[in-house]
Design a protein around this ligand. Sequence first.
Ligand code: FES
Ligand code: FES
Length: 942
Amino acid sequence: MATRLIVSINGVERPVVCDPEKDSLAGVLRRMGLTGTKIGCGTGVCGACSVILNGEVIRTCNRKMKNVAEFSEIITIEGIGTPQHLHPLQQAWITYGGVQCGFCTPGFIVSAYGLFLKNQNPTREEVRNWFKDHKNICRCTGYKPLIDAVMAAAKVMRGEATMDDITFKPAAVKDLYGSALPRPSALPKVCGLADYGDDLKLKMPEGTLHLAVVLSEVHHAKIIGIDTSAAEKMPGVVKIMTAKDVKGSNSLPVPQIHPRMKAHGILEFPVICGKKINRRGDVVALVAADTEEHARAAAKAVKQNLEILPKYMTYPEAVMPNAIQLQETLPNFYMEQPLYKGQDTADLFEDAPVVVEGSFYSSREPHLPIEPDTVQGYYDADEVLTIQCRAQALYDARGEVSAATGQPPDKLRIIMNPTGGSFGNSMTSNTYSLMAVAVQNLGVPCTLTLSYEEFSHTSGKRGASFSNGRLACGKDGKIVAAEYDVALDHGAYTVVASIIFGNFISIPFHGYSIPNVKALARAGMSNNGFQTAYRGFGSPQIYTMSEALIDMAAEKAGIDAWEFRYKNLAKPGDTTINSRPYMSYAIYPALMEKLKPVYDQYKAEAEAAKKEGRHIGVGLSLGGFLSTIGMHDAAEVALELNPDDTVTTFNTWQDVGQGGDIGALTHTLKALLPLGLTPDRVKLVMNDTKTCPNTGISAASRQHVMAGKATINAAGKLMDAMRKPDGSFRTYAEMVKDGIPTKYLGKVDQMGLADPGLNPNTGEGEKNSEFMYAVNLAQVEVDVNTGKAKVLKYTTAADVGVIGNRLAAEGQGYGGLSHSIGFALSEDYNAEKKHGNIIGCGIPTIDVIPDDFNLIFQETPRKNGPHGSSGCSEDFQSSGHMAVINAINNACGARVYALPATPEKVKNAYEKKQRGEDLTPPKYYLGTEFEEELVLIKANPL
Ligand code: FES
Ligand code: FES
């Protein structure tokens, strides 16, 4: 059925032909080319698809055309402003750091435009309530920059400021390193003109086939057969691919390499499962059809004949003695690493006046970018299989797809689409491999867009952790010993288990002096969602234990939480838990001192509130994270002088929203400062394996360091070539005339800057070349009747070295900390039906993140970083959640041991505490007993 109606879109009457029952307004607008209206959740909960309909902000993904009246007036992002004539909201979004991945941006700007139709003089609180009421969700920014942007734009609307006042002027600054120069990609994003994957889908050539996945809904099963016969006969179906259609190994090559593997096996990660299902969301078939609708209909008709097997949704269940082995060649607990420092700890715990212990769980945190996964593939003009996707490690993805599908790497090209957030999520090549399988089998262009539910169940998560730990200190509050046993539960598969579990014995208790430590880190699998990279990888899990124990020890010793931490900070001569000198003994004390006045203020407010019967508490956590992937890290960047004397940088600084573009631009400008280039004279060619060298992964807070140093290296070569005997520089024409090449490849590696790894028998070593530091402070109120905890105020003092771009650094700060608050209070994934939805997964909405949200930066120059910088992002998602957990305890005595601190858990703990009951949970079973396992390891040194 089709209906024709006339609607006014952006001030122009347009005829629309649609199916009023089936078509959504978002679908119709996007079909008309107005792809600034994005589809994220597709179920009305994220606000990415907002438009103004007859003067009201509405979400369009769930607004059927039958509910859009003829002659309605619609305003989309494209009608609000253009690159040449920006609306104040669009300019403010650019200037105030409102754009990171930018996927939520059109929806927010449209929503704010709707607010201005009613009120051009809103308070911050009114703006926040507006976004809350209109369900606008942003995963990247922590919301505060968005409110700053609305307030600035409102001033322009009222005539109290000009557009000029809210526009950054690069010409006024000679050295833009450390400035608030906005990112180049912000302009198309605020105008709704950035083409993300699903927008590109609409622009694919005629004959493009649409793919749909058939997913497992069970957690563990043997595949008896996949019956595609009925589905194959359905309209438009071209082919249904199963495991037999995968030409390569049909397993992503993600080897876990550690000297202490318990077997020499390979962890299989099938692209399409043919033998076994290991988790909900495993792909068992891939349908290709002429339309997306046909492909999805056929996918529903594929029958799965399964023999259901026992499921183990957690590591402790999977390592019970009677559990069956989940993978053919590896036991369920298959990797371990001990750590010893100082004297044996047993006696120290016997004698210590203060001992605290506990068992802690950190949840399987979902990344929750607003954009779901979408991929396109085709053979390009050179017969190279080309995949356009969200990969944040293009060259790694090329290797993985090649191994899994048999496509030779030199016949495989990976291009990164503009990406609507990742935070580590797009490190895994599962959907990119599916696309390669489809193009190999079909030979025509294909496109795949997952619904949010499919995306949520097919994609990786942060690995969960289970730990048993204890800490001993003297009467003076000085820590004498720590012991812990921790297991990484990486779910069905893993991308980076060995690195993450390695961080379990190098990150905890960072910054403190702990003379004696005994620990064991383990890793193993379960039938839950698989682990992939996530900002801060390994550190949020292990700080969940260490920063709880520190807080518990302070409380038991009767010492103020700030004083206890300050007293135990490492001093020159003290060593890390890995028995190596700290890289800095000055940074943590300075950060703590900077934070002290804020701590005193938060504490005084909390104490005053307690006198009035409110339960407000203050919590601290020390955190920080490594930068780069250590000794084996390397990067390349090329710089070329162009005929018009501009310079092009070629690199794969994959931009998932963190600011790869502004990073590359800033570094190029700084490295070529003697040339006096302005930002408009630097061109970016990025994120295509055909045209760009390998700059490495956009993870581990490494790109600012590694791409930066590679840029310096390339710039040195280019300027040496351009330099004339009198010190001035040749133009392009002079270079050509003198026969001098105009393009130079910069290369760096980290050989010699760190140890190759930790000693497998003792855990001694320093595998990092640089570190980032943070001290977090939260003020939280608990409603003890409901258990609901609300963060009222939050401040972090951080040192990430010299800041390269202020907007990007602040963006990572607010954004990362907002994830930390979500991790503390609500975020979780356990492969349940509700976890197919961002709200069901606990994404923090704007009312959860405080407006009183502050960053204090200290900039200690780093000797191993470019221009004194270090990395940045992961500093803010290391231990930030523990400031919230510790504040909840401080507010009402409810210590939450298992994340997230849901109202139910907080209420339960509070009521138990009121009844005088012990809150300490029983120890987790992690396999062979801790001491017994250590004896086994000692008996078999490597
Ligand atoms: S609310 Fe429509 S896409 Fe999320
Ligand atoms: S910038 Fe808001 S979701 Fe990425």
